[in-house]
Ligand binder design. Structure first.
Ligand SMILES: [Cu+2]
Length: 352
């Protein structure tokens, strides 16, 4: 019967397609099977991209089955030309209705399972990352500082500016003194609204300005931990090549946000643009930075060049230290912008 043959051939074509994809195994990182997704530079990014690839393949398989059933019904089960009879009506077919209610739940459950597995891998944190960076967002730029850095010689450099952090924490506890000489506690749990003692400070910092894109220099092949905090409104830290973004809150702890995430490594050297991904005001769209991934050897040298003189370093700026290790001193993935708010008013008076 022609009908059976067509269905058998369609089934064979689908099975062959699936087999071809399965047999290609892990090497599904090509521009066709990425289905529009960028290819990331971290193992976490690859996990997410693979989940995307397999989800699309599963959706396509389902699509082919559904399209096949639709065309099969349309072609072979329509009203015959010269027959007064309708085809057999199958409304209120309980087993059929149960089946097409249950199958979507199974599909959702399978997608949910693999999503949770990948999500757990992406959000995984290990106890002892090689490099910990502090990310401070503010309208409309970024400050990057280092905390603990495992160096190639086996030592760990503590880059935290303990002096500044301790001073800020002590000041946060100091209340105002009123005209009677009494201490007035601040309105927010005894602290004043301007308290920024939750922010981090480092001996090696890179601060973005209107003239300079902040460059976050990181080593390849090392586990890196990011600790995020905002000095004002909510921003979001996004490096498109990580395929990952995370909101940056002020007072992360009080706002119950998990402000720490890790990547198990950056797989290749290069300059990768970073952006703010949470609408944070006038210049949100221009709040860019750059991740500069360099070899671990270059990274160690960079840290030595930037260390305070008192600790045997050279206290160079980000740009000078980058130039010294043979890297571009300025960002190559994006350009600076002007946050002067008055420039927008230049043409207002015209034509009155
Ligand atoms: Cu922002």
């Amino acid at each position: 019967m022609a009908q059976g043959r067509i269905l058998r051939r369609a089934g064979l074509a689908v099975s062959l397609g699936i087999a071809a994809v399965l047999l290609s195994g892990c090497s599904i990182d090509n521009s066709v099977l990425r289905f529009g997704w960028p290819s990331g530079i971290t193992p976490q990014a690859h996990r997410m991209r693979e989940l995307w690839t397999w989800s699309v393949i599963a959706a396509l398989v389902m699509g082919v089955i559904v399209w096949g059933l639709v065309f099969w019904t349309v072609m072979f089960h329509r009203k015959k030309k010269n027959s007064p009879e309708f085809p057999r009506q199958t409304a209120y077919n309980v087993p059929l209705e149960l089946a097409y209610t249950a199958i979507p739940f199974v599909i959702i459950a399978v997608l949910f399972y693999f999503t949770v597995v990948v999500q757990n891998q992406v959000l995984d944190k290990e106890g002892d990352p090689d490099v910990t960076v502090d990310v401070t967002a503010y309208q409309w730029n970024w400050k990057f500082g280092y905390r603990d850095i495992a160096l190639g010689n086996g030592t760990t450099y503590d880059a935290v500016d303990h002096e500044t952090e301790t001073r800020l924490q002590e000041n946060a506890e100091v209340s105002e003194i009123d005209e009677h000489g009494k201490e007035v506690p601040g309105p927010i749990h005894g602290k004043n609204p301007q308290d920024v003692s939750y922010l981090h400070y480092s001996k090696i910092e890179t601060v973005g300005t209107s003239q300079e894109i902040p460059i976050l220099v990181l080593p390849t092949g090392k586990r890196i931990q990011f600790e995020l905090a905002s000095a004002d409104v909510i921003h979001a830290f996004w490096v498109p090549e990580f395929l990952f973004k995370r909101d940056v809150n002020p007072n992360p702890e009080e706002n119950h946000s998990d402000n720490v995430f890790q990547i198990s490594e950056i797989e290749k050297e290069g300059a990768f643009v970073g952006r703010c991904a949470e609408m944070c005001g006038t210049f949100h769209a221009m709040m860019n930075f750059e991740v500069r991934a360099v070899s671990p050897e270059k990274f160690d040298r960079y840290i030595e060049l930037r260390k305070p003189k008192a600790e045997g370093g050279q206290e160079l700026s980000t740009a000078d230290a980058l130039a010294q290790i043979g890297e571009s001193p300025v960002a190559t993935s994006t350009t600076p912008f002007d946050t002067d708010r008055t420039y927008r008013q230049a043409t207002v008076a015209e034509g009155n």
